[in-house]
Write a protein that binds this ligand. Sequence first.
Ligand code: NAD
Ligand code: 2HG
Length: 394
Amino acid sequence: MAKQILTLNQISLKGLERLPRDCYEIASEFSQPDAILLRSHKLKAEDIPESVLAIGRAGAGTNNIPVAECSARGIPVFNSPGANANAVKELVAAGLLLGSRGIIEGIQYVDTLASITDKAEMNQVLEAHKKNFKGSELVGKTLGVVGLGAIGSMVAEMALTMGMDVVGYDPALSVEAAWRLSSQVRKADTLSALFARCDYITLHLPVLDSTRGLINAELLSAVREGTCLLNFARQEIVDEDALVEALNGGNLRKYIADFPAPALIGRKDVILMPHIGASTDEAEDNCAIMAADQIRDFLENGNICNSVNFPNLVLERVTGCRLSVTNANVPRILGSLLSILADDDINVIDMLNKSRDEIAYNLIDIESHASDEVLERMRALDGVVNVRLIGDCD
Ligand SMILES: NC(=O)c1ccc[n+]([C@@H]2O[C@H](COP(=O)([O-])OP(=O)(O)OC[C@H]3O[C@@H](n4cnc5c(N)ncnc54)[C@H](O)[C@@H]3O)[C@@H](O)[C@H]2O)c1
Ligand SMILES: O=C(O)CC[C@@H](O)C(=O)O
């Protein structure tokens, strides 16, 4: 029977094409889907049907998904790390230029000249006014990058090639991300040290309980005069009241962000975009392809790659008969699962077990068919969250 994939946002066709139509049905309405593919749709736990085995986020941030509830229900949540990083990096380049030159004000001014019909007169008027739109160059200015993952590291590299000095802050930097980072990026030991020494500051960290409101009054009141803050990460990371106060106080010269809010719209010192950081053909294709491939590999093989709540686990298929088991990460469950198989004379050919936080996940390849009764005995074990028979032995 074809598997059903529920899409809750527009997902690029290139990604959906990775799910062959003879095996997958894809629609924006299903009552009992096998998996969900989405982008920024705000998904509530109560809206996830019991049938759902996995959720794929075509994008980086998973703050729109109730990840903790998914973990408790044994549902892996996948994202597409790095797949839209270049798109965001390019928009940050635009943000830096919008923050350093009178581009928007200049364009708005030119629009006011529509009533002048004589070219020479128009030229004379604008040449007299262009001094109002003078900016300054980025070369030699200091950019602070908060969060040096997929996007932050690309932004840092780009700023270096533009002749900027770059300071970075990331207390949770992965080894892989550290390898990607240019040695010219200087390290700030604290966020306040970074905020106090930069002309431009750009945010590239996820919104988590620990980062909600992280950019607060204390940091914003310590910025150098003329500082420009860019936020292409998430609105919730910046304390809005503190931001407005810092802009009113004058030291923070400009706020450029991908997340409009009523209190910020219409201010001359704020430039807002409608969450278009990842809105390029390339990023949408990359994210959708990655998310679709990961969901397919999970549904067909139980493999897990790029999950934000489950351990990564990939086991090559040696037999058509595979069990996947999600259980609480506590002793003795694995032994009990294997005893049930042994009691039924089912030989295990290959297996992998990995854990992450409270979750343990197992792939067990078996030589002969496991009956419904065997599966039910496994499901009945204390601490077992779900058991799935993937494929058949025949
Ligand atoms: N505007 C957009 O359309 C758009 C597009 C993509 C991503 N994003 C946002 O950007 C965020 C980053 O994306 P990414 O792909 O670079 O993710 P990533 O996971 O590759 O990098 C995030 C980095 O932030 C670091 N970090 C975590 N807590 C931190 C803290 N307290 N201080 C400093 N650094 C911290 C992590 O260690 C990691 O290196 C996403 O979570 C998402 O919210 C926005
Ligand atoms: O899907 C989008 O357009 C936005 C994605 C972006 O916010 C992300 O976190 O990857």
